[in-house]
Write a protein that binds this ligand. Structure first.
Ligand code: SF4
Length: 93
């Protein structure tokens, strides 16, 4: 059975074993629901996730900053964090 969203966390390259511990397993489409209620729900799922930091780091590292919720953060905050990382690393956006 295919997953409903190509942006869901385990579809991106470079994942380690942490994805198997994700609290959003089986709720992939919820993580990409852009409605206010959907974003709130997705962030609730992330709050209980044991691999939240690994997920956030992965999203920032792979550029998964345009959709949904990853690592407990919406895409706008992830974009800002990714820009801060690039700046701190001395590269240009
Ligand atoms: S932090 Fe959120 S998006 Fe990332 S794996 Fe956990 S539940 Fe899924």
């Amino acid at each position: 059975m295919s997953r409903p969203s190509r942006y869901a966390p385990d579809t991106l390259p470079g994942r380690g074993q942490w994805i198997h511990q994700a609290a959003c397993v089986g709720q992939w489409s919820a993580m990409d629901d852009e409605t206010p209620a959907g974003v709130t729900y997705a962030k609730q799922i992330c709050r209980s996730c044991p691999v939240r930091m690994a997920c956030l780091d992965d999203a920032l590292r792979t550029g998964d900053v345009k959709h949904g919720v990853r690592g407990g953060l919406g895409w706008r905050r992830r974009q800002r964090l990714a820009a801060m990382r690039r700046k701190a690393a001395g590269s240009t956006p």
